[in-house]
Design a protein around this ligand. Structure first.
Ligand code: ADP
Ligand code: MG
Length: 212
């Protein structure tokens, strides 16, 4: 079977060139299944294992929708741990190189809040973070999500296991209703179904069990 190529998608040539530079030629199965839907603006609930390429699936879709001239947070990615948020922010920075001047911040708990407030004041297009700390910034008024286009819940089952359900709900409630919501999870316990029902609009369901 021939693998699906990124060039079959409706992406800017600069993004396609960047993917080639990174060394991504073929889409992984989760990318092939989800990117056309994400690019079309659909909400998505996706089941896929670790290492399947989920970051680029939501990253490519959301980064091509950013308006770099608008220095407001347009993409928020919630992750269960600081380690995962750091990984995701690194991958998004690589993917964002096709577009100059895109500012990506990692905002996690267990780190001093002062420097985070300073960075947020300077303006950012993308925030990747852990739910507790993101909620702290919303409460303080140091993060504003009124211009958000895309909300990503990454490893959502792990976030629920860690007790982040109320924080995720509080955060989602402070974003525009017309946002795109992308939910990634390795398993679908009831809590995931409830989150999807409450915060997604007609989500397309994608399930990829095989490793790339
Ligand atoms: P997941 O979030 O599903 O666990 P990641 O997004 O962290 O997976 O990706 C796993 C690895 O696969 C990373 O090293 C990433 O650079 C690589 N990768 C992602 N997409 C592709 C692709 N299309 N071609 C080659 N490697 C890829
Ligand atoms: Mg991941």
């Amino acid at each position: 079977m021939t693998q699906a190529q990124f060039s079959s998608l409706n992406l800017p040539q600069s993004m396609l060139d960047n993917l080639k530079q990174i060394g991504y030629n073929d889409m992984t199965p989760i990318q092939a299944a989800s990117l056309p839907e994400i690019i079309a603006g659909q909400d998505l609930i996706a089941k896929a294992k670790t290492g399947s390429g989920k970051t680029a699936a939501f990253g490519i879709g959301a980064l091509t929708k950013l308006e770099p001239r608008n220095y407001k947070v347009q993409l928020l990615v919630l992750c269960p741990t600081r380690e995962l948020a750091t990984q995701v922010s690194k991958e998004l920075r690589r993917l964002a190189r096709f577009q100059p001047n895109v500012k990506i911040l990692a905002i996690c708990g267990g780190q001093p809040i002062g420097p985070q407030i300073g960075s947020l004041q300077h303006g950012a297009h993308v925030v990747v973070g852990t739910p507790g700390r993101i909620k702290d910034h919303l409460r303080k008024g140091t993060l504003n999500l009124s211009a958000l286009k895309t909300l990503v819940l990454d490893e959502a089952d792990r976030m629920l296991e860690m007790g982040f359900n109320p924080d995720i709900r509080d955060i989602a409630a402070q974003t525009p209703r017309d946002r795109q919501t992308l939910l990634f999870s390795a398993t679908y316990p009831d809590g995931i179904r409830d989150l999807s029902n409450d915060f997604q609009n007609n989500p397309v369901e994608v399930s990829v069990e095989a490793q790339p």
